[in-house]
Design a protein around this ligand. Structure first.
Ligand SMILES: O=C(O)CCC(=O)C(=O)O
Ligand SMILES: [Fe+2]
Length: 267
């Protein structure tokens, strides 16, 4: 693996490209000594095609467009849409129930979340459970289309929605499995830099000016269809614009590492 040197100390922020996920890789990601994991063919081409077929019969909702531009489409509720509220309200739980029914058969009659968490469980060597809020299981496993890239931003549930989870994760990872990719572009770029209060002066809509992460080590990953990308979303990250034909559609959720043996998942 290529390692960048900086004044004699490894910057330790590369991408590991693997065919199988392992606990050690997840630990290195959480520890901040790895920038991203690319798991080749996490879902088979068949599984991706089945999911896209399943999607074609369901209309994709979208994030609140007043907040989130450029436009993104998605299937399934995300906690992000409720960050302004004190808690996940009745609307969220109603959406959870509906989306769970859709997700349960979305992949040729099977549940893509089960397929993904089975693999995660095997890699971790411990249980993988839905995260809970108010004693209830949160939704995990949205389908998301990013058509025009995503601004530089970070995701950190403990900071953005304090107290929402019954068991606050001690580390947060993002999981995105790519069901469809554009011909060119659509890379995810992850910077080795976390949010800091002074960054608020550089806010731009839902994200931040790219200058916030200028000059820090970064990894850029361009997955093929079927590949899963995992990274620590508390690090600033962005998605480059699509180029050429083809859509950028992912199956996505967050992973929480708890102080116990199990991982939690939510979207
Ligand atoms: O689609 C991607 O590559 C990353 C999307 C993102 O911002 C996230 O998963 O937190
Ligand atoms: Fe993100």
């Amino acid at each position: 693996m290529h390692v960048t040197q900086n004044a004699g100390i490894d910057t330790l922020f590369d991408a590991a490209v693997v065919t199988e996920l392992e606990r050690g890789l997840l630990e290195r990601l959480c520890a901040g000594v790895l920038g991203a994991i690319q798991v080749k063919e996490f879902f088979t081409a068949d599984q991706c095609a089945q999911l896209l077929d399943g999607l074609s019969v369901h209309e994709m909702g979208s994030y609140d467009e007043r907040v989130l531009l450029p436009r993104m489409s998605k299937l399934g509720p995300v906690a992000y849409d409720f960050y302004q509220a004190d808690e996940l309200g009745p609307l969220y739980w109603a959406e959870v129930a509906a989306a769970r029914e859709v997700r349960a058969i979305l992949m040729g009659g099977a549940d893509p979340l089960c397929a993904a968490t089975d693999k995660l469980r095997a890699a971790w060597g411990g249980d993988v459970r839905p995260a809970k809020a108010q004693g209830r299981e949160m939704f995990a496993g949205i389908i998301r289309e990013i058509a025009y890239g995503a601004r530089l931003h970070f995701d950190e549930v403990n900071r953005e929605f304090p107290g929402v989870m019954d068991e606050p994760p001690i580390s947060q990872l993002a999981f995105n499995c790519h069901l469809s990719m554009p011909e060119f572009g659509g890379e995810a770029v992850i910077h080795r830099r976390r949010w800091s209060p002074e960054d608020e002066t550089m806010r731009e809509g839902y994200g931040y000016a790219e200058a916030v992460a200028a000059g820090v080590p970064a990894v850029s990953v361009r997955p093929s269809v079927g590949d899963a990308i995992l990274f620590d979303p508390r690090n600033y990250h962005l998605v480059r614009e699509n180029e050429g034909s083809g859509r950028r559609i992912t199956f996505s959720f967050f992973i929480g590492v708890t102080g116990r043996d199990h991982l939690t998942v939510w979207s």
